[in-house]
Each structure stands twice: as structure tokens, then as C-alpha cells.
Ligand binder design. Structure first.
Ligand code: PML
Length: 265
């Protein structure tokens, strides 16, 4: 296999997160990916950034873990009120307590960073008590160094063909959720987009994989983000941070695409 690199983009305006992107690619693709990342940062609907950072690092081949992507299920909901009720039910089903699920949904809905801003990374939450476990409530924890292999990318495009769901949002979120689900002690992840034009979100869990909801917020809402719920008894911040930020994971195979479900309320 040829030498692979991690390429990462972060864009911010007055230190507030605007956008980010993660890819793993060979040298010959880096220039095109960097150009696309810069265009994406400059054209983002959250605003025009005043800082764009790109980082590229060679990945030692032996360090790259290969894994399959999670299964995907879409739960149809009429609006974000039903969507949040459905996401809450999915979190409970995965083993998150009522208190922790409710607190995380409220935090994402009102801005989880101090000053009611969006966080730059994810909240870490005790799946039982709902206590926040990250060191820095503005920065949170960023998941880095993951991507789909070219074969997995093509297979996902083919599997989602005609569904209108083959979006960059879904592909990148699926890779991120896939990596989060490999972290020790994970119970579930909750996410909805902070892009004001994109209302979808998901709950990922070892139980059901990636369960998406077309509406977890109203269109135009700039607030969103991620909460990772962990079992406190095995929680180790240093270990989880090292895994999620540093260890490269390449998803070389897709999971199953299940039939849509309808949230019954
Ligand atoms: C994001 O892109 O900010 C998160 C998107 C989450 C939902 C993606 C989907 O499944 O459509």
C-alpha cells in the first residue's frame, strides 16, 4: 500500500468554530483535497473564517487500523420536535440514562460551550449521571484521522444511490461515528449539524450502529454539535483522547443499510 497522509482542516471566525474536515489520502491527492477544503471553509454557511488551518502528517502504515463502517438506519420524523424525542428514545435504548440524554440534548440545543456558543469539538458525558467529563467546555474533544477507503466510498455511494442521502455530511459523520464507536467504554453518540442549512443528525451506538433522523433542529439554527456518552467505571480521558485524536482508522467496508423506520412517538 502507498504511503498515506492525514489531512485536516479547521476554520474559525473570532475563535468560533466555522468548519472542519478530515481525510486520509496518498500524496498525489493532497493538493486537490487541500484546495477543496479551503474552498469549503471559505464558502461555509456559518460565516467567513478569519483563520483556516491545514495540517498534513504522514501515517506509519502499521499504525492504520482497518474497520467496517456501522450499519445505517434512517428514522423518519416530521419535524425536529419529534426528531429530538426519537433521538432521546434511541439514546435510552442504547443504555444512556434519561437524565444524561435530556441534559445533552438541552446543552446542544442551547449551545454547549460557555456563552452559549457551539463547541469546537465534542462533549464527553457520563452516560449515567450526565456529568460533563471533558477538560475544556469550549474546545471539547475533536475526532481526527479517519476516512473511508476508496472502495468503501464507492460502495457507500452505490448503496445510497437514488436515496438523496449520499452527502458529504453523511459520509463524514459516518466515519466519525464509526471511530467513536471503536473507543473504549462508549455507550452512544448524539450529533446534529451546526450547519444552519442541514437539519439532520444521528444517534450512534454499539447496539444499532448509525441511526439518523432527518430533523434534529429547525432550518436556520446555527447551534449543534456532538456528545459522546461513556461508561464512567471504565472512563479514562487520556486513553480516549489519544485514541480519538491520534490513531488513524480507515473504514474499508460498509455496513448494512436497513429499511427506513417511522418514529411512532
Ligand atoms: C455535520 O455534518 O455537521 C453532522 C451531520 C450529521 C448527520 C449526517 C446525516 O446522516 O445526514
Amino acid at each position: 500500500m502507498s504511503q498515506l497522509f492525514s489531512i485536516r482542516m479547521r476554520a474559525a471566525q473570532s475563535s468560533e468554530h466555522i468548519s472542519g474536515a478530515e481525510r486520509i489520502a496518498p500524496a498525489q491527492d493532497l493538493a486537490a483535497i487541500a484546495t477543496a477544503m479551503i474552498s469549503r471553509a471559505l464558502g461555509h454557511s456559518r460565516g467567513t473564517p478569519d483563520a483556516i488551518r491545514l495540517a498534513i502528517d504522514a501515517l506509519p502504515p502499521a499504525a492504520i487500523k482497518n474497520a467496517p463502517l456501522p450499519d445505517i438506519t434512517t428514522v423518519l420524523v416530521p419535524d425536529h420536535h419529534a426528531g429530538r424525542a426519537a433521538a432521546r428514545a434511541e439514546l435510552l435504548r442504547a443504555g444512556v440514562s434519561d437524565a444524561a440524554a435530556t441534559a445533552a440534548i438541552e446543552a446542544l440545543a442551547s449551545g454547549a460551550a460557555p456563552g452559549r456558543h457551539v463547541m469546537r469539538g465534542a462533549m464527553l458525558v457520563d452516560a449515567d449521571s450526565g456529568e460533563r467529563l471533558e477538560n475544556d467546555a469550549a474546545r471539547g474533544l475533536r475526532v481526527s484521522r479517519m476516512d473511508l477507503s476508496p472502495d468503501a466510498h464507492s460502495a457507500l455511494t452505490a448503496a445510497l444511490h437514488g436515496s438523496g442521502r449520499d452527502t458529504t455530511h453523511l459520509r463524514e459523520a459516518l466515519a466519525l461515528a464509526g471511530k467513536v464507536l471503536l473507543s473504549p467504554g462508549i455507550v452512544a453518540e448524539l450529533c446534529w449539524s451546526d450547519d444552519p442549512d442541514y437539519t439532520a443528525g444521528y444517534v450512534a451506538s454499539p447496539l444499532r450502529g448509525y441511526v439518523r433522523f432527518p430533523h434534529l433542529k429547525a432550518k436556520g439554527d446555527k447551534l449543534g454539535g456532538r456528545a459522546f456518552f461513556y461508561q464512567r467505571s471504565t472512563f479514562n480521558l487520556a486513553e480516549i483522547t489519544a485514541f480519538l485524536q491520534e490513531e488513524p482508522v480507515l473504514f474499508s467496508q460498509i455496513g448494512r443499510i436497513h429499511a427506513d423506520e417511522v418514529f411512532a412517538g
